[in-house]
Design a protein around this ligand. Sequence first.
Ligand code: KG4
Ligand code: ZN
Length: 363
Amino acid sequence: MDEFILGIETSCDDTSAAVLEGTIIRSNVTATQDVHRDFGGVVPELASRAHQQNIIPVIDTALKKAKIQKNQLAAVAFTQGPGLLGSLLVGASFSKSFALALGIPLIEVDHMQAHILAHFIEEPQKKIPNPSFPFLCLTVSGGHTQLVLVRDYFDMEVIGQTIDDAAGETFDKAAKILGLAYPGGPIIDELAQNGDPERFLFARPNVPKLDYSFSGLKTSILYFIRDELKKDPDFIKKNRSDLCASIQATIVDILMGKLRNAVQQISDPRYVMREGQMPDPRSRIPDPGSRIVNVAIAGGVSANSALRNALMEAKEKEDWNIFIPPFEYTTDNAAMIAVAGHFKFLKRDFARQSTVPYARSKR
Ligand code: KG4
Ligand code: ZN
């Protein structure tokens, strides 16, 4: 029997706790905070207060659903960062005291690494295919947009990232311009189902290398809507679905463009292997000259249906092996923290009681 690990995630506005037995999920409980809805974004002070209220009931429910007692836990894994400091402190402080009281190890987990490691969560009844190393992961969330070359569980290299806004943030800001609620990504996704993605054209960034930029697109949406509203105050109302579909298509197109470039770069096995490193026998990257590559997506925006469709098309056209995590492990959740905790547990990579959270990415 594998060890039970409790994962705790409080980096933003979701209070989540999960129990994993090895890599197998036993429970994953999340309390989302509705208090931010009217503010068009997360209010940090309200988020940390809500975490304080939610954390004990959420953990209690996660243990009950997993049908285990707290003294059966082998370790507590928590999100150390990046995220909102006030929110992270609630999870970190609770985890430290809980681990100390139970006399079990404490494990610190990087939220962005955990989004990627969500691909290794297993379900008792369902076989979820997981990517073999090395693979390329497009991590797209509310705060990050990164192209990450994943050589091993904790050997990850960011080979491209946004120089300004994140993709999720762009969805959320566009939604705000359209008068939609927060978080706007899922709402745009839904409204876009009935819209024409080619109806409106927006600015595309021109950024070198594998980096992304979304601030120009955001400004282009803002100015376009402002000008159209001057001509017709009902412009948004009349064109809501087409606007959502066109904005979504632009974001997905930008994401896919750099992803394609990145795949081309890493298809060269000399790029993937470091000097003196032996090829990983589990790697599906084939002989030089061949272009099949393992491509994964992670983070909240990977729930987007247009992005998922674009990837499935690329799977056929470009001959990629595609890995899309189950819906519930894409947005913030503690199961991904627990699975990252499991791999650190195997390495006996434990944290000290003096550990502190960090707001910005260390990588
Ligand atoms: O990973 P996540 O839950 O939290 C962060 O770490 O940021 O990502 C949240 C982001 C939000 O910006 C939200 O609008 C976006 O993911 N999102 C989506 C969809 N579902 C969530 N964006 C587009 N389409 C979706 N279906
Ligand atoms: Zn996240």
